[in-house]
Design a protein around this ligand. Structure first.
Ligand code: PLP
Length: 815
């Protein structure tokens, strides 16, 4: 732990201001204050931020194509435990810490759940004292900023590196790495041995930018290393002897510069959707190759035995995007280390583990053989060899040719990346119990039957330090007053809150805290959109990426139904509600963008209808991201988790909401199933088709949305509103959404679940009237949310996957 007195801090801050900017504090800008503060903090942790512990303990390397970190200042201060002295010190220097906290950029180097999970895992690895590091890409442009123009989503580039550098990063030019693309590969004989020669390749330099990941009051500082692609610098240490020659024309040189820099230029804005573009494949190999070479270099520096790599290093791949870790590690072991295939394979398969994140077909990565062969000739040769050997194994074991085809890594001219991961790793995990069961019983059944011991579940989690302690300080304070501090490092202790479930004093406080958080959000909404929302109304929130399977449309249909009811019966006694949305759509996802437009048009209609008189408000907050999530989630009464059952692998916002005392409105999908196991149906609202029903419909057909539409007149009215002009300012978008429901038979069972959803929403509304019952439910949710801390998840990864059977890090074997 770090301590610094107020007096010392002030001196430090002042001298840093002079050394960085040569000016007095009172003349510096906000931005400069922030830079100086970050610089002071980096100095404070410098000694603890050691490069590696590989010689003394096993290290984990978490490869992810996205890390959605969120702002770092507040969480770094919290974890270091220096917030108070620094806040006071700054105050005496005339600087408000909260202004600095709010002015920090929010790096959007991820799309949604997958990238945020990676960030929560980094926080937890450091906080439980694990030596675990991240590898990713330093995108110049993160996820686009979302604006609404006339209700439509418009994408604005996220130029987050406005100052050229990120506050918390440290660039390490002496650790740059050469990554090779394209070229010719052949075998040459050297002293009777065959050697792989790679000529005429395009050399790209991977420049590491390190971000410190600070553990919670425990002296751990791990590293997130993000790679930037560059043209190799003149003083670049590694040889490019066989590289393609670019000493030709000026134009050629420019093209080459563009080729290299383009790789880390922009994050692909797709969530759970496979893009299949050449540049994406370049990105994937770029950061994987840099990372694997980096690990190998460290390992060799410590003169460790290569045959024991898996005893010192665990490589984890977050979904299939880093799947090329497999052939890249094989390449190094074969071509550089000179091992035999069997030796290399034995090391690789004992080093790499894999997390599956989805069962949706459109998200499954399949790279065309021709594309990979040209871009990564040596890597493709290795994949082909892995496949050849895997097929011969399968053929020796099975005679069912269909089964073998399904399991083959290469099929129909495509490389199936999930199959590559499963065949080449020692552990395959799903991200919630239901999801893992579906993998084992349905989607990956062939593989599960073949190697059941590889499969395991690791239910996702969230960093409670960010999502409760930092985002909801008032609730955090109440909890500490009631049960002490221990819950901060052991969230299972939250269970003790249940002792207060009949304490009306505590329930009143809970209500008050929620109200205060709602006021903060109301103020934001007023400032930004000039919409007056009543903090006494139910705040009913759905924030997540916009996707048909997440069913924002189901939410909207219920809102429309309510609206009609109010119009039909203006004196109806309903609990006032504010429906809040936040969601970005992938720029190429037309239906999702149409849904945004429809929601915005309906919001306009309802918010400006005097007949509604404050009973209903609809607000779509632009540009949802981590910082907004930190404002919105603590203010929610209701958490909408209404995906088509089987489609949401886990969800993590469901956990964030629960921990902040929102009541979940849910289908039994993803981790909602586990929330239900913990608190029972009496402490949440459930509706909708079961997993089995969805699977049976999908297998046997039997669902006809148009039949339903013709039999349920209330539903018909709302669906017709999409195309009959009832919603002003709505054009072809209404038709598109209508067609998805009627013409294309409602793939995600929106209409099928609509009636049951309405029923559950009605029950929720009734319960809200009983203040103490509602707040008791809220308390029970908080009390049972401890299992969803990512500290628990990470300890399970350690115990069951990364440190399984290791004599080192015994700690995690014992858990
Ligand atoms: C937690 C989080 C998500 C994931 O939300 P789901 O509802 O689980 O899909 C997406 N985006 C941001 C900014 C988040 O913080």
């Amino acid at each position: 732990m770090i301590t610094i007195s107020k007096r010392k801090f002030k001196q430090y801050f002042e001298s840093k201001m002079y050394s960085l900017y040569a000016q007095p504090i009172n003349e510096a800008s906000n931005e400069q204050h922030l830079n100086v503060l970050a610089s002071v903090l980096k100095d404070l942790i410098a000694k603890k931020w050691v490069d590696t512990k590989i010689d003394t303990e096993k290290e984990v390397y978490y490869f992810s194509i996205e890390f959605l970190l969120g702002r770092q200042l507040k969480s770094n201060l919290l974890n270091l435990g220096v917030e108070n002295s620094i806040r006071e010190g700054l105050k005496e220097l005339g600087i408000n810490l909260d202004d600095l906290i709010q002015s920090e950029v929010d790096p959007a180097l991820g799309n949604g759940g997958l990238g945020r999970l990676a960030a929560c895992f980094l926080d937890s690895m450091a906080s439980v004292g694990m030596s675990g590091h991240g590898y990713g890409i330093r995108y110049k442009y993160g996820l686009f900023k979302q604006k609404f123009v006339n209700g439509c989503q418009v994408e604005v580039p996220d130029n987050w590196l406005t100052q050229g550098n990120y506050l918390w990063e440290v660039v390490r030019p002496n650790k740059a790495i050469l990554v090779k693309f394209e070229g010719d590969v052949y075998l040459e004989e050297h002293d009777g041995n065959l050697k792989v020669i790679h000529k005429n390749y395009i050399p790209v330099m991977a420049m590491p930018y390190d971000i410190p990941i600070i553990g919670y009051r425990n002296n751990s500082v791990n590293t997130l290393r993000l790679w930037k692609s560059e043209i190799p610098r003149r003083d670049f240490g590694q040889t490019t002897a066989n590289a393609k020659n670019y000493s030709g024309s000026y134009e050629e040189a420019l093209n080459y510069k563009y080729y290299t820099e383009e790789i880390s230029q922009v994050l692909y804005p797709n969530d759970s959707n496979y893009a299949g573009r050449l540049l994406r494949l370049k990105q994937e190999y770029f950061f994987v190759s840099a990372g694997i070479q980096d690990i190998y270099r460290k390992y060799k520096k410590h003169k460790l035995n290569i045959h024991e790599l898996h005893k010192k290093v665990a490589i984890h791949i977050n979904d299939t995007h880093p799947a090329l870790c497999v052939p890249e590690l094989m390449r190094i072991l074969l071509d550089i280390e000179g091992l035999s295939w069997d030796e290399a394979w034995n090391i690789t398969i004992n080093t790499i583990s894999y997390t599956n994140h989805t069962i949706m077909a459109e998200a499954m990565e399949k790279w065309p053989v021709e594309m990979m062969k040209k871009l990564l000739p040596r890597i493709y040769m290795i994949v082909e060899e892995i496949n050849k050997r895997y097929l011969s194994y399968l053929n020796s074991k099975y005679s069912d040719q269909n089964k073998i085809r399904r399991m083959s890594i290469i099929n129909n001219g495509n490389i199936n990346m999930a199959n590559l991961c499963i065949a080449s790793s020692y552990s395959v995990n799903g991200v919630a119990k239901l999801h893992t069961t579906l993998l084992e019983k349905e989607v990956l059944k062939d593989f599960y039957d073949d190697t059941p011991y590889k499969f395991n579940n690791k239910t996702n989690g969230i960093a409670h330090r960010r999502w409760l302690m930092s985002a909801n300080p008032e609730l955090s304070g109440l909890i500490t007053n009631l049960i002490g501090e221990e819950w901060k490092t052991d969230t299972f202790k939250l269970k003790e809150l249940e002792n207060y479930k009949n304490d009306n004093h505590v329930l009143d406080r809970l209500d008050e805290i929620k109200y205060n958080n709602k006021v903060l959000l109301s103020n934001y909404i007023m400032d930004k959109y000039d919409i007056d929302v009543d903090p006494n109304s139910i705040f009913d929130v759905q924030v997540k990426r916009l996707h048909a399977y997440k069913r924002q449309l189901l939410n909207l249909i219920n809102i429309m139904t309510l609206y009609h009811k109010i119009l039909d019966n203006p004196d109806m006694d309903i609990e006032p509600r504010t429906f809040i949305f936040g969601a970005k759509a992938a720029p190429g996802y037309y239906l999702a963008k149409c849904i945004i437009k429809v929601i915005n048009s309906v919001a306009d209609l309802i918010n400006n209808d005097p007949r509604v008189r404050g009973k209903l408000k609809v607000v779509f907050i632009e540009n949802y991201g981590v910082s907004l999530a930190e404002l919105i989630i603590p203010a929610a009464n209701v958490s909408e988790q209404i995906s088509t059952t089987t489609k949401e692998a886990s969800g993590t916002s469901n956990m964030k909401f629960m921990m902040n005392g929102a009541i979940t409105m849910a289908t039994l999908d993803g981790a909602n199933v586990e929330i239900h196991e913990l608190i029972g149906k009496e402490n949440m609202f459930l509706f909708g088709l079961t997993a089995e029903e969805v699977l049976n419909y999908n297998k046997n057909g039997g669902y006809s949305s148009i039949d339903l539409y013709h039999t349920d007149l209330g539903l018909k009215q709302v669906v017709d509103d999409l195309i009959n002009g009832f919603i002003p300012n709505l054009g072809k978008e209404g038709r598109e959404v209508y067609d998805s429901l009627i013409t294309y038979n409602d793939e995600y069972f929106v209409l099928r679940d609509a009636k049951d959803y309405e029923r559950a929403q009605r029950e929720l509304s009734e319960l809200y009237k009983k203040k103490y019952d509602w707040n008791r439910m809220s308390l029970i949710n908080i009390a049972n949310s401890g299992v969803f801390s990512s500290d628990r998840t990470i300890k399970e990864y350690g115990r069951d996957i990364w440190f399984r059977g290791c004599e080192i890090n015994e700690e995690f074997n014992k858990l």
